[in-house]
Design a protein around this ligand. Sequence first.
Ligand code: ZN
Length: 281
Amino acid sequence: MVCTWVRTERTERTEKRCVQLLARGRLRYGCSALSVLSALYSTMPVDILALAAHRDDVELTCAGTLLKAVDAGYKVGILDLTAGESGTRGSASLRAEEAERAAKILGVSERRNAGLPDAHLQNSEETRRLVIDHIRHFAPRVVVLPFPVGRHPDHRIASELGRDACYLAGLERYPAAGSAHRPHKLLYALSYREDPVKPTFVVDISAQFERKLSAIKCYASQFDGAKAAGEIFPTGQDLYSLVETQNAHYGSLIRKRYGEPFFTHETMEVDDVLKLGVRSI
Ligand SMILES: [Zn+2]
């Protein structure tokens, strides 16, 4: 099921009212307020959750890895933090339709939108609590986050907000919806970064690249005729060929056609050095 869920003032008011009524023991099953609350608090466990600031960020940075996980039988979720209402091109409603089409191509179990303000993202008490609600809903083992350095302030803040929310979601007594859950692994998507950070690993997405490009092309309002996007600086090529060039570069780092790079702060464990891939000389 693909679902775009936006927290609005109305759902926020309903949630507060439900909590008050529940506290007083006056909420009856079957009332619409309770159905809103249960939709809010229900869990939809996934193996991997990709979290990003804007619709289309996930497609650009890690869609191949998500497709590969779905191909392997894992469940994948996406949490877009903003609706993209401040973007120069298109509109929030058009981007919602495009995001839904892209999610179908990626085969994700559920795509949600946190409804936070585009271009005004903050890592605050309020936004952490909201993101924790969503993380507990998805209860992922692995979370893909944006890299902590970025050209767009929303990308940097989404990285920090996502990381903080992943930690706090595991605190039993943190006052947010759902049961405590702390993801096992955080991966930072390193695509298009120019900082001198070597990827911790690259995922071979050669078999997924064409579908990744199809998912990116769903965002015609953003990318048709574009020469740059987000963290991708222009070179004169159209954006789609620029994405191919970049993904081919990451692939070459592991001697494959196409790849997506990731960074982790912690050291990767190797069990059998004889099975290490990627030729040295
Ligand atoms: Zn973005």
